[in-house]
Design a protein around this ligand. Structure first.
Ligand code: ADP
Ligand code: MG
Length: 548
């Protein structure tokens, strides 16, 4: 993907940008405020801060319309015209070719969030942007960045504690459904949520593989015990079922070495031609023989397998598949105990993996490899179906999130009410807490409390509700300060506010807590920067970087 998020001064049209998305820092942002300061070092500080705050707000603005069940999708187009339609914050930001250094730091938040919690990426980015916006207000009141950082850190650690007070107990199905709400997976969330919970309880996340295949209804998706690989046999006479399989994993072409393939031979009679062909056959046969001698009855190859070798393997009742994805090779190696071999001459029986049953199954009209009874891991696979490739890809992203989230909730066993309710609760708690802090960092704690409201207010805005009215309603409801009122969040479907536990909108504790902690840390890190020093002269960075 080559969508440039470059950051240049002034006129958007002047940037020779290579892609569709450009982040411009208007020159007044850069110059305007710096004119007010006279001291040179302060001037630099203001400049770096202005640029960083601007970048954080812009990135947050870019993804905010995708938040929540009523969020919109983005269509990402690369230069070859290939498209992805998604509302997954992490996917959007990963796909963009962001060149601005501060923007990259902010995108890092989404990556951390995705790696640790599988969900909540958009929330973490929006929150980071809002914290920077609040910081901007404090800076303009001449509050020193160090004081802001101190207040933010204090607020984040207080928030972590307060979050414990609103933990709810809910079943995993509800958690899975919440994670899929608002995605293309939504209309089939009942059946997908069941699959999610089934696999998350059956295997560790690392041992769950998801195969996506277009051409059927989403409700045809199934969970299958064992490892699935989207490949098929290379010769029709190969066996469909191999019991007690001995699996060879080979990551090079199974063919003659390059020099033997590219020789030019001049022949002057038919006998010579035949002799040449026979010799080649014999060499390939010998190669296949090496694999057979090792005791293998299944061969999975990362690259290609020569036709003659395939014939020979088939004749010997050996199953072979080519161009198996590297990740699948690794999963098979892990589950079956096979070693991936790069030299066919050296292959021995101890390199082979084993499994009780290796078979080719049919899904619709198309074959898939299924491996069960593996000695090492208890792999589980999900076969996701949807009518078209775009849909199955987007459902795959929602499903990945949901499986991760359910797995997280299953292992940590802590969940919270969604719909922005926990952010509202924390916001109120932190406002009360701020009063006890005193000093200038008190203002930063208050600002932090206000920033948290961006999640419910964005959920409201994306559902076509008035964000301010909704916030006022939420504040009123939460002021009751009882067990029920703590769970009141945004009613994105009917407007107004509603108890999210009753509605069954539940998310893992870790998703919310990580989003808050990493947003606070990133904001603090950015605020401590007083100068941007680049290896190139600023003027030289031009289209690939930023200029101001
Ligand atoms: P993220 O990338 O942050 O997970 P999402 O687009 O998945 O962004 O939106 C998640 C937010 O939507 C969470 O705050 C969650 O509580 C909220 N949410 C999910 N389902 C509902 C619902 N039915 N009603 C209100 N809010 C919901
Ligand atoms: Mg989500």
């Amino acid at each position: 993907m080559d969508i440039t998020l470059a950051c240049g001064a002034g006129n958007p049209g002047s940037n020779p940008g290579r892609g569709a998305i450009n982040l411009y820092i208007p020159s007044e942002v850069v110059q305007g405020m710096t004119e007010k300061v006279t001291d040179a070092s302060q001037k630099q500080q203001a400049t770096a801060q202005q640029v960083n705050i601007f970048a954080a707000k812009e990135i947050a603005n870019f993804v905010r319309s995708t938040l929540g069940p009523m969020g919109m999708d983005k269509m990402l187009v690369d230069q070859a015209g290939d498209t992805i339609v998604t509302n997954d914050g992490a996917t959007i930001l990963r796909t963009m070719n962001v060149t601005h250094p501060t923007a990259k730091m902010i995108i890092e938040v989404a990556r951390t969030q995705e790696e640790n919690c599988y969900d909540g990426t958009t929330s973490s980015i929006i929150l980071t942007g809002e914290l920077m916006k609040q910081a901007e207000g404090l800076l303009s009141k001449k509050i020193h960045p160090t004081m802001i950082v101190k207040g933010f850190k204090l607020a984040a650690s207080e928030a972590e504690k307060a979050l414990e007070e609103i933990v709810v107990e809910e079943d995993l199905i509800t958690v899975a459904k919440t994670a899929m709400t608002g995605k293309s997976a939504e209309s089939d969330k009942e059946s997908l949520a069941e699959i999610c919970v089934e696999v998350a309880q059956a295997a560790k996340l690392a041992d769950i593989s998801v195969i996506k295949r277009a051409g059927a209804k989403v409700s045809d998706s199934t969970a299958i015990a064992g490892l699935l690989i989207d490949k098929s046999m290379m010769h029709h006479s190969m066996p469909e079922v191999v019991e007690e399989a001995k699996i060879a994993l080979i990551d090079i072409d199974i063919t003659l070495p390059d020099f033997a393939q590219q020789v030019q031979v001049q022949v002057n009679n038919n006998d010579a031609v035949e002799e040449f062909i026979n010799k080649r056959k014999a060499q390939l046969q010998a190669l296949a023989e090496k694999i057979i001698d090792s005791g293998a009855n299944v061969v999975l190859c990362l690259r290609d397998i020569d036709k003659l070798a395939v014939e020979y393997l088939a004749k010997n009742g050996i199953y072979a598949a080519r161009r198996v994805a590297k990740s699948d090779m690794e999963a098979v190696a892990k589950a079956t105990g096979a070693r991936i071999v790069s030299a066919i001459d050296d292959i021995v029986s101890s390199d082979l993996g084993s499994c009780g049953l290796f078979e080719e199954i049919l899904v619709g009209d198309e074959p898939l490899i299924k491996i069960t009874g593996t000695p090492n891991t208890n792999a589980v696979s999900v076969l996701l179906r949807a009518p078209t490739k775009h849909v199955v890809d987007e459902i795959g992203r929602a499903f990945d999130d949901a499986v991760g989230v359910v797995s997280l909730a299953y292992t940590s066993e802590q969940t919270l009410a969604g719909g922005g309710s926990s952010y509202m609760y924390l916001s109120r708690k932190l406002r009360n807490f701020a009063a006890t802090v005193g000093g200038r960092s008190q203002m930063a704690v208050e600002a932090f409390a206000e920033a948290l409201e961006i999640i419910p207010s964005t959920l409201a805005e994306n559902s076509g509700l008035d964000p301010l009215d909704t916030l006022i309603e939420l504040r009123q409801a939460h002021a009751a300060d009882n067990k029920k009122s703590n769970f009141v969040g945004v009613n994105v479907y009917d407007g107004g506010v509603i108890n999210m536990v009753d509605l069954g909108v539940i998310e893992p504790f870790a998703v919310v807590s990580q989003a808050i902690q990493s947003a606070a840390e990133t904001a603090a890190m950015i605020l401590r920067i007083d100068n941007i020093i680049t290896a190139k002269k600023l003027a030289e960075i031009g289209e690939d970087g930023f200029q101001y």
